[in-house]
Every structure is written in C-alpha cells, then in structure tokens.
Design a protein around this ligand. Structure first.
Ligand SMILES: [Zn+2]
Length: 217
C-alpha cells in the first residue's frame, strides 16, 4: 500500500517543474502559467480543470504547484490548492508556511477556493491569496463549492491573508467551459449535492429514531 499521500503530481507536471520556468514577475504572468497547467491537466486527462501554486511573494520564485487529482486518485481532498499547500509545506519543512525563516508565501489558484480549501487557508500560513475564476464560474458548470462563509474574503483578511480576485478570470473561465464542453465528469456537482441531501435526511431520521427511545434521558 502506498503511503505517499501527497506525492501525487502527474508525471507531466513533475517533468515540467524541472524545466526552467518563464519569467513570472506579476500576478497576471503567474496566473497565465497556472491556467496553462489547469488546461494541460484536462488535456492529459489527469484530473479536473483546476491548478494552484505557491510562490515566494518577494522573489516570485515558485515553491510548489498542484493540479486537481480527485478522480485519478480517488481522493475527494485532492484539490489543487490542498496539494499546492502541502507540497510547499513539505518542500520548506514546516506545517506552517508563516514560520520564522521561511519566505512569505502566496497561493495562486485558477479558481476561487471551495469550502474545504477555504477552511485550509488559515492553517497553512500563506500571506496572500490570488484567484482567477470566481466560485460562481465553477458553480455555473455544475461544481459544488460547498457551504463557504459568505464573508470569506473578510474572514481571511482578518487573519492577515490578503485576497486578490479576478486575475485573468476570462482565461480561467475558458478552461472550465472547455472542460464541460468536452463531456468530462463534473465529479462533485449534482452528484455531490444529491449525496449531501441524502446524508442530511439520514441524520434527521437517525435523530427522530432516537427520541422515542428516550436515549438522551
Ligand atoms: Zn477546493
């Protein structure tokens, strides 16, 4: 059994990261590079239409990159942001990217974080979040972004994580649209919502079954 939980990048991404990177000095340059990874992940059929990367905010140096790997790994947590964050923490040798002596880290993501990835951000130690497509762009094609806090940007900013939205949004949305047009699986959209409602119903019925037994008295 493999125990390399987070060593999950597809071969093409591993190979690409060993090549010299193009100059990426601005948010737009970094986002365009990231969106190209998301597109390649779809073309190579190695996961969903999402990519994320951690950069040193000051030098612009790439620290880690991840693409969505939910389907090929059978892992619902294998979102691009989760893999990029974990990759950076393992490269830098700390569970906290804000630890003393480490570079200030920013997370770029081709699409705004879902509820799970949003929840992971304050624990990661990143200082800045940069997003391409908006959550509603992903939801429009059927992805379920989950029960995210309505003031998620305010919540991050109160925890000293700056947020920049809509960087190359159109190009990021184009990858999402091309993904759905190609007939690929929307693995957590309608299906996820349906499973969610079944789950809630079963919890309710479990609770109502307990009452006649006076189990809590
Ligand atoms: Zn996510």
């Amino acid at each position: 059994m493999s125990r390399q939980l987070f060593n999950t990048a597809p071969d093409w991404l591993e190979a690409q990261l060993t090549e010299p990177l193009p100059g990426m000095h601005t948010d737009e340059q970094r986002m365009r590079w990231l969106i190209a990874l998301a597109r390649k992940n779809v073309e190579r059929q190695t996961g969903g239409p999402f990519a994320a990367a951690i950069f040193d905010m000051n030098s612009g140096k790439l620290i880690s990159a991840g693409v969505n790997r939910v389907e090929p790994l059978n892992a619902s947590i294998a979102h691009a942001e989760m893999l990029a964050i974990t990759g950076a923490q393992q490269v830098l040798g700390s569970f906290n990217l804000a630890a003393d002596g480490l570079p200030a880290c920013e997370l770029l993501t081709s699409s705004e974080p879902c509820a799970m990835c949003f929840g992971a951000l304050p624990w990661s130690g990143i200082r800045r979040l940069v997003c391409g497509a908006r959550a509603e762009d992903a939801e429009r094609i059927g992805f379920d972004e989950g029960p995210k806090h309505p003031d998620w940007i305010g919540e991050l900013e109160r925890r000293s994580i700056a947020v920049q939205r809509d960087v190359c949004r159109e190009q990021a949305v184009a990858v999402l649209n091309d993904y759905v047009a190609s007939g690929c699986t929307i693995y957590n959209g309608g299906k996820g919502a349906e499973l969610g409602s079944v789950h809630i119903k079963s919890e309710r019925s479990a609770a109502s079954e307990m009452r006649p037994d006076k189990a809590l008295e």
